[in-house]
Design a binder for this molecule. Sequence first.
Ligand code: ADP
Ligand code: ADP
Length: 229
Amino acid sequence: APILHLEQVTKSYRSGRFCLHNVDFQLAAGTFTLLTGPSGAGKSTLLKLFYGAEQPDRGQVLVQGQSVNRLQGRALAYLRRQVGVIFQDYKLLERRTIAENVAFVLAARGLAWSEIQRRVPAALSLVGLADRGNCFPDALSGGEQQRVSIARAIVGHPRILLADEPTGNLDRHNALQVLKILQQLNKKGLTVLMTTHDPHLVEMAQAPVWQIKSGRLSPVNNRDILIQP
Ligand code: ADP
Ligand code: ADP
């Protein structure tokens, strides 16, 4: 069964036109997939459906075979454990250290202190920031801050990582580094769905690409994406 699944999903906002129209979409566990399309096409919205931040007008949104259409309270909290999310703007707590930022979710979940102390350094090592735990976010570069947000997203051992334009604020070098880390996590079994509108990154990723356009979702042949000189 697919780990992420949209069945005949339609989503519009009160203000406007359809953002997703009768969309069918399935991803197998362990895959790495890119989602592209023009700004405002509905890429963030598609991810939001999967982490329970938006509800479809019609159709079914399933994560690991479970409908997440209208989750609230405990059920929503449980979904959030299965699904890590990262954003273009990192969303770190500025007045907390890097280690505290990563520990926060585990503490909120009631994990034992000893377990938190074991997991936080392990997660920071995976993103190459083992030695920065005591820094504050503003001491780090944008690329490093995004890597902290990746550590925070995976420290709870989710099966799925949704990345919403994670390289949007980064230069090419840092964007590639973030891509590499996401692909390494994918090799360890994490299912990754990432949005981007950067054709260079699409080319470097060598991964299946889907495109949203005018409410429709369709697979893209990598060679169809032209790199601007
Ligand atoms: P993308 O991530 O591809 O840029 P979004 O999913 O953010 O696209 O947005 C898709 C469309 O839905 C856009 O036209 C956007 O303005 C609109 N939209 C997104 N969120 C809301 C909202 N909360 N209320 C009303 N309209 C929204
Ligand atoms: P531990 O039990 O110490 O956390 P694991 O072997 O389970 O040991 O994970 C090692 C590191 O991998 C963890 O610190 C964690 O941050 C990271 N990790 C967590 N979830 C995943 C995942 N789904 N895929 C890959 N790595 C993950």
